[in-house]
Design a protein around this ligand. Sequence first.
Ligand code: EPU
Length: 417
Amino acid sequence: MTELTELVIEGGNTLTGEIEIGGAKNSVVALMPAAILGNKVLIEKVPNISDVTNLKLILNYLGVKVTEENDNFLLDMSNIENKPFEEAQVSKLRASYYFMGAFLARFGKCEIYHPGGCVIGERPIDIHLNGFRKLGADIIEEDNKYTIIADKLEGANITLKFPSVGGTINIMIAATTAEGITVINNVAMEPEIDNVIELLNSMGAKIKREDHSIIIEGTKELHEGRVRVIPDRIEAGTYIIAGVLAGEKLKINNVNANHLTALMDILKEIGADIEIHDNYVIASKTEKLLPISVVAEPYPGFPTDLQQPLTTLLTTASGTSYITETIYENRFKNVEYLNQMGADIKQINDKQIMIQGPTNLTGSKVVSTDLRAGACLVIAGLIGNGITRISSIEHIIRGYEHLTDKLTKINANIKIV
Ligand code: EPU
């Protein structure tokens, strides 16, 4: 395929002014499928990202009417149909797997394909499927297709072998209408999950979190609901890191710093100039940063989704830093391109990289191999000397709304060509 669009960044500008964080990608992509359990649902603060566009197309295909007013989406399920999904729709994004749980809860049946998403590891969905089986579903797997059927869903005691974000949400959605009580243990603790609980409970579900468990009292009576998408902690973290690299009192608005404790702790430890306020953070370029060892792990640990943007920051720290990735098998594809730009990063093994700093980055022609690798290269381009050209930007627009507009507004020199 010919490369049609590139991001072109001229590095070296000071980032200043204010930037507004949108609703969380990993929340909204679960909220939109979960909404189909009700009849009318209002979702506020929906981010303008291509994952949302693709979900909207799937909802339209199912007969759901989506009315948009600014960043509020009203979903009307009056004419929803139980239809098999098409492979092309589902393979566009990871979160299409949430239709499995939602269809099971609403129709007791789902015919769907394996989800798409960033190629950053194997990403099986066995935890989701085992959970559905425990609730009473039968699953036929053929090639890439799943046919999941449950004449009746019954509450169960389910312990996840790993606190999977998608698995936790998907099983919880399915269990919403199951008969009796479901207890899911060893669940993921990410705040996006609580956002989904908030929506489902507003629709009449009876779900509560107790530490590492989620307890669901099944109910068939779901009605209308509403929810506001929480601020995107990964988008916020990315711009906070950009502020520490190139900001002058860069104000990042609509941030819930409580969701970013692990990042804030690390930034403080390396000496970054950040001020944390109730709803915003101010970040400024810091001349001398200390090196650090960081482990990306499930929430509330340091998020894997910020590991690649943090790598760019650590190329400027004085000394040897380490990043250990424990969630995915293949999330260091950004390293090759950072090194091409002048970084000194060695991959020690599948799980760990060593970053020797400080190094100066120089603009280069690089590839956004996945969403957060793209974000890492965008901020590298912002501090790189000269021009950086990033291709495969479709990955970046899956998760960063109005990227060029937001960055231009804070004085970056960036455009899509
Ligand atoms: N895993 C299994 N079996 C499963 C599910 C997961 O082995 O059934 C493994 C995965 O292979 C992976 C690990 O468990 O190694 C974590 O996967 P998890 O299920 O927690 O992740 P996910 O639901 O596929 C969501 C986000 C990711 C984010 C992770 C971790 C969505 C749509 N995606 O993925 O977001 O990295 O949680 O926080 O919510 C991103 O935004 O860049 C992104 C990749």
